[in-house]
Design a binder for this molecule. Structure first.
Ligand code: BGC
Length: 356
């Protein structure tokens, strides 16, 4: 009898192992182990650090909640697409259950999706929006989780338009501005640059760019450097600094202080992200405003979608998390929000209308 029971027990465990091993690799405790490859464009980025840390924390929470084990392998792409492609190819060779990718160069999406598809590994693209056509390569198994950059640009312009001076601090009837540009390959940079000033146009505010957008690579030191030289060149003429992100906005504020000018009084600065450094300046009145780039809901959505994919489900092509306008501390509070989904067909129609 004892021997028989032992056989039953062994058979039971074997059945369990087969059932659990069907998807998600090895077994751990009562649940399954899932291997998640995460490729970040570079670790040394304020916003993506917030995102990455929240993603890790949230997967930990999911592990506790479900009894499954999510093993994250997070790689630093060091802002080099060749390095990152190699990291992603390793994920594919190792047979990860899903890949989350914050691409260095979003135009690499197509070839990466094709490689992952041939190994049957679903892909969640995050933070850097690819072309719609790339999401059509493997529908259901590839998705973009992000935020609509046009919204963040619009909010930046609206923040300026809502100030007492409407950005025209010297009262000459025109808003003279510069833009600190993130990265030419990044949709967030392109659209924030265009939509921040479009919001001024839409509000009937006259504007003049004092220079072509300054390339500052999302970087604080670079933001400081280019703002310092713009201040030197344009002096009191410069009224508004639109920074594609807070990192560069924080650098701009440092340059403005060094030039003995005062944010709010004789110059306005607006960023995007609501990173802690920017929130500190904003609380002191040294930053006009920012826009919350909601890393909290973006990372949770990316993880939830990844879990669905690892469970063999098909997912939607887009998951959009809203930006939030921030002119006071409370505005940047993180709270659970439901993302909006969109199909590639809907996105194409929306973009065609928008870009007309
Ligand atoms: C953020 C930037 C960040 C970039 C990285 C943008 O959405 O606003 O701060 O550097 O993503 O791709």
């Amino acid at each position: 009898m004892k021997k028989f029971l032992k056989y039953v027990a062994v058979a039971f465990v074997a059945v369990l192992l087969v059932a659990c091993g069907a998807k998600g690799g090895g077994e751990s405790g009562s649940g399954k182990t899932y291997n998640v490859g995460v490729a970040i464009y570079k670790f040394d980025d304020n916003f993506m650090t917030l995102y990455r840390e929240e993603l890790e924390r949230y997967f930990g929470e999911l592990s506790k909640k479900t009894g499954n084990k999510y093993v994250l392998d997070i790689q630093d792409g060091k802002q080099d697409q060749a390095t990152q492609t190699e990291q992603i190819n390793n994920f594919i060779a190792q047979g990860k259950d899903v890949i989350l990718a914050n691409l260095v160069d979003p135009t690499a999406a197509g070839s990466i999706i094709n490689s992952a598809k041939s190994a049957d590994i679903p892909v969640v693209l995050i933070n850097r929006e690819p072309e719609v056509s790339e999401l059509e390569i493997w529908p259901g198994k590839t998705t973009y989780v992000g935020a609509d950059a046009t919204q963040s640009g619009t909010f930046q312009g609206e923040i300026i338009a809502a100030t007492d001076s409407k950005g025209d601090l010297n009262g000459d009837g025109v808003v003279n501005y510069i833009t600190l540009f993130g990265d030419p390959a990044n949709v967030d940079a392109q659209q924030r640059t265009a939509y921040s000033v479009k919001a001024l146009d839409d509000a009937g505010i006259k504007r003049k760019a004092l220079a072509e957008p300054y390339l500052a690579n999302w970087d604080t030191a670079k933001g400081q450097e280019v703002t310092a030289s713009a201040l030197e060149q344009f002096g009191d003429k410069l009224e508004v600094v639109f920074a594609n992100n807070d990192g560069m906005a924080v650098g701009a504020v440092t340059a403005i202080k060094a030039a003995k000018r005062t944010v709010g009084k004789d110059i306005l600065v607006v960023g995007v992200d609501a990173i802690p450094d920017a929130m500190e300046l904003l609380t002191k009145g040294e930053l006009t405003g920012t826009v919350l780039n909601d890393h909290f809901n973006q990372s949770h959505t990316a993880a939830n979608v990844a879990v669905d994919l690892m469970n063999g489900k098909d997912v939607e092509s887009y998951y959009w998390v809203d930006y939030v306008k921030v002119t006071k501390k409370e505005d940047s509070q993180l709270k659970e929000a439901k993302p909006k989904t969109e199909t590639t067909k809907e996105a194409k129609e929306r973009y065609a209308k928008r870009d007309k």
